[in-house]
Design a protein around this ligand. Structure first.
Ligand code: BEZ
Length: 223
């Protein structure tokens, strides 16, 4: 019998700021390649198993933010180590019992090929289920954020949208965002990286209307 134990030494872990690992996968919407998402943001997320309670609440929640994400040019792609028939049956059950259509594709990663490339299996939790992982991949195919949650804890959809808004704000305005930032809040001006620029920052702050605690922590309104 084939050994399905996952050797963690062969599980890769994507890195922030680097190209997302390529894949071709069987999904509920047919064969999908990562490159199909070029030009769009992608939230690739894994769940432990179909027909499980926390995962079901998450699928409903992801389906409910689908339209908000689409407004931001973000697509969703789910994954678990289940067959495509199981995915189809579960999605149909969600629609029947909860009146929620699941509009995004779900990868049937039975050979764990994608899960291993993305380090989605945490053998300390389970060697046959993917943990609750989220990879935010930008339109150029770069990994921009990763979130890992345990089997026990359903994810927060407000945070998915907040994270996308923060990343897109950073790209558009070349700023960074503080703790608990939400659209409309002040953003942080990237801190100076030389002694001279540090000396100039507080003077510049008055000209630019920055609100500074000190040279390294200045905020501004986005116009
Ligand atoms: C759940 O989705 O309810 C679940 C899945 C795997 C382990 C624990 C909970």
């Amino acid at each position: 019998m084939e050994n399905i134990n996952v050797d963690t030494t062969v599980q890769a872990l994507p890195r922030l700021g680097e190209k997302a690992p390529d894949f071709t996968a069987v999904t509920t919407h047919g064969e999908i390649k990562l490159s199909d998402y070029e030009g769009s943001w992608l939230i690739l997320f894994s769940h432990p198993a179909d027909f499980t309670p926390v995962c079901t609440t998450e699928f409903v929640a992801f389906a409910n933010i689908h339209d908000e994400l689409a407004k931001r040019n973000v697509k969703l792609l789910g994954l678990s180590i289940d067959s495509v028939f199981s995915h189809i049956a579960w999605v149909r059950n969600i629609e029947e019992k909860m009146q929620v259509k699941v509009p995004f594709p779900v990868i049937a990663d039975l050979d764990m090929a994608v899960a291993k490339k993305y380090g989605m299996i945490m053998p300390g939790e389970s060697s046959t289920e993917t943990s609750r992982c989220v990879f935010v991949i930008d339109p150029e195919g770069i990994v921009r954020a990763m979130i890992y949650y345990p089997l026990s804890t359903g994810r927060n959809m407000d945070e998915m949208i907040r994270l996308i808004d923060a990343l897109q704000t950073t790209d558009t305005h070349k700023v960074v965002t503080p703790a608990n930032w939400r659209p409309g809040d002040k953003v942080i001006v990237p801190p100076p990286k030389t002694h001279d620029k540090a000396n100039q920052r507080l003077g510049e702050a008055t000209d630019e209307g920055y609100e500074c605690v000190d040279w390294y922590l200045c905020k501004k309104e986005l116009k």
